[in-house]
Design a protein around this ligand. Structure first.
Ligand SMILES: Cc1cc2nc3c(=O)[nH]c(=O)nc-3n(C[C@H](O)[C@H](O)[C@H](O)COP(=O)(O)OP(=O)(O)OC[C@H]3O[C@@H](n4cnc5c(N)ncnc54)[C@H](O)[C@@H]3O)c2cc1C
Length: 325
């Protein structure tokens, strides 16, 4: 039986992150209303969006001048004793950059196993199992969890659409003595890249172009189609490497992980490094003249034909349908 699940809460610029919300949803799902879900908040919770915390049964606010400073080493240390002394089965952390900093440190401090890239956690007949992605997402592996506590890093999106009942939402406050803040680095401030482009992770329709487009001039065709669909254009790595699209538009292992409602892959072979970034799209349609292309293995619909024939016909059909409506 699960007794207790701990979720360290990540606050980024005044907001509790989506990664934390998913970790809390996962905790409620795994705890199944029996195990207690405890959220640890570093410093005063933000003014807005704290309803997320109601997914926990207990919300423990750690108070002191420094605890809210995002220094993973010190924040992980603050939880070490609290977790070690309170019958915790699982510690669930979202896979944000902060999560990737905090979770391994916490596992190290607790001498606990770390299970990373976890997609689903199941608890049946007293066996706790995590399903995790390995080999760049090509394989799934089931890991049986026998150690208590175990620290789990959850992949983003894994629990995004689950509906769960809120917890008891009881808030407690705990003062942290200044001497417990053991940071060996100093947080100076956030540095963010200047964003001069759209964020393709937030787009619902993506029209993605690969090397099959041949040359930069042909991108116009794809941009035109994207406009008709109301979507954004992005690309595989060769297209970005050629400078035909900016790096902000690259999908894949070394680009962005996207989950749009529609992903139209045009002239893309479907290399594992590309597929890793798009395979969770809700609907994948691929156009490739090679009917053996691996992209068809992940596509829901495939068109094995020349893209220069398909795109104009597709656009024409879309315009005609719009006029009918
Ligand atoms: C460490 C590492 C990280 C990487 N990260 C990424 C990444 O983030 N994103 C990424 O995309 N790649 C990444 N790659 C590269 C990846 O391995 C592939 O080389 C790349 O995805 C191939 O891009 P492509 O499908 O556009 O090109 P290709 O593999 O050359 O495929 C082009 C496809 O277009 C089809 N085609 C050609 N002409 C037409 C036509 N007229 N009509 C229809 N179809 C046509 C062909 O049949 C072919 O299938 C990475 C590689 C490494 C090693």
């Amino acid at each position: 039986m699960i007794r207790r699940i701990v979720v360290p809460v990540e606050v980024y610029r005044g907001h509790i992150t989506e990664a934390t919300r998913e970790a809390l949803v996962a905790a409620r799902t795994v705890g199944n209303g029996v195990g207690e879900v405890v959220a640890y908040v570093y410093g005063e919770p933000p003014a807005e969006g704290t309803d997320v915390l109601e997914l926990a049964d207990r919300i423990i606010v750690l108070e002191d001048g420094q605890v809210g400073t995002p220094v993973a080493m010190a924040q992980a240390k603050l939880l070490r004793e609290r977790i070690a002394s309170s019958d915790v089965d699982l510690v669930l952390v979202g896979s944000s950059s902060w999560g990737w900093d905090v979770a391994p440190l916490l596992a190290g401090f607790l001498s606990a196993p770390l299970v990373a890239n976890c997609q689903v956690i199941q608890h049946a007949e007293d066996v706790l199992k995590a399903t995790c992605r390995i080999c760049a997402g090509k394989l799934l592996v089931d890991v049986e969890i026998t150690n208590k506590p175990t620290v789990i890093l959850l992949l983003p999106g894994s629990y995004a659409h689950r509906e769960v009942q809120p917890g008891k939402g009881v808030m407690e406050r705990e003062r942290v003595p200044a001497s417990d803040w053991d940071a060996r680095v100093e947080f100076k401030g956030w540095l963010e890249p200047e964003r001069e482009d759209i964020d393709i992770t937030q787009e619902e329709i993506l029209v993605t172009v690969g090397r099959g487009i041949g040359q930069q001039e042909n991108l116009e065709l794809v941009e035109d189609l994207a406009k008709t669909l109301g979507g954004a254009v992005c690309g595989s790595r060769p297209v970005v490497d050629q400078g035909w699209l900016p790096p902000t538009r690259q999908v894949g292992k070394s680009g962005m992980i996207v989950k749009p409602k529609l992903y139209l892959a045009i002239g893309i072979s479907g290399a594992p490094e590309h597929v890793e970034g798009m395979k969770d799209a809700e609907l994948i349609v691929a156009i490739n003249r090679d009917e053996q292309a691996p992209i068809f293995d992940v596509a829901h619909y495939g068109i094995a034909a020349d893209l220069f024939d398909v795109i104009p016909a597709l656009k024409e059909a879309l315009v005609a349908r719009r006029q009918e409506a």
